[in-house]
Design a protein around this ligand. Sequence first.
Ligand code: DGY
Length: 420
Amino acid sequence: MNTLSATPHDEQARAILRGNDRGGYTVPTSGLYPYQWNWDSAFAAWGFATFDTRRAWSEMETLFTGQWSNGMVPHILFHKPDPGYFPGPDVWAGTGPVHSSGISQPPVAASFARRIYDMDPEAGRAAVKALFPKLFAWHKWFMTWRLDQGAACITHPWEAGRDNAPDWDSAMASIDPVGVGDYKRRDTSHVDPAMRPTKYDYDRYIWLVQLGRRLKWDEAALLEQNPFRVADPTMTFILLRAQRDLAYLGRAIGEDTGEIEKDILVLEAGAETLWNPSIKSYDSRNVRSGEWAGCVSNASFLNWYAGIDRPEMAEQYDRISSICRYPVPSYDPASDRFDAKRYWRGPTWGIVNALIGLGLDECGHKDRAAALRLATRDLIAKHGFAEYFDPHTGDAAGGGSFTWTAAIWLAWASPTMGTA
Ligand code: DGY
């Protein structure tokens, strides 16, 4: 599929995927994240598909070995014990077939399954047939347990994947983490604490895990008792897109997709409930208090990825792109809560750029899409395959040799993936 010859960065990216391969699944990076993470794995599959289609499908298959009987696919699968990570399997006490966490993550898997299938439909048909009912059950779980006015909600900041985004500040402030007890963080022994969430955040993350565990991850009980419930553009736009891609796959293998089509209409209406007219952007909504987060984040710009175009979003995008060298920052650099190196409060993430870039391109914003791809290519080529980057200087931040950054290089940012 790659007509142009490989660049040294392609070689490096493939070496990172191979190096992080633990046999059927890929860790995001060794040390900091030593297990299988849900959306990281789906990105890894997309990256593997550029040079090893069988390995791409096996990544997805392993992810679904952890699916719970209620359809949920956990955000972490603890295949093998590793003392270097906290909170591990004993803290979560997930109730599925593989040791796991008790929450999910943005369901990008169906969308990458579609891309991998399209690269080689014949080779992918059996895999899609096996995956389709599992993806369907997972999406149904979101539709059953996670909707508010049709928008998809998260029940823990880790569920959106954007752990310490300012989007959750008000919902986090509503939690009094009494009784959380002593615990030892491991992340700050791998990475500079200035690039990680604070203790204030961690106390609440762990308190929410303890709540879920106490309720045995019973979704009905959590719906009643969990103070943290935020309708979020990451989940909503990604799920909407995933449902469309699942319907495409269903049609390709002759499945009835009527129910998925109905769910798409629900999510389309739900996405519009995330439009915050006072900041002229898609935003997060605290379901418990009804408050807007007031955040223009990189997830706000996933509207195009969900096939939704809005002239105001292009204006926001141009404004933000003009004030940092390496867009798209995870939070508005013009805001006083912006923090250039602290995880999801400012840094640029290649994977979100890839999703925004695909969406921009599909919605006809060809120039913006090409510019974003070039800026991301330049960022990675100069600063390496880091977990995230300072949007002003490009400095690498978080973990290094990162699977999903290598994956989006191979599948989207590399010059060998086409022109521009
Ligand atoms: C972490 O440990 O930082 C992860 O983001 C949780 O999923």
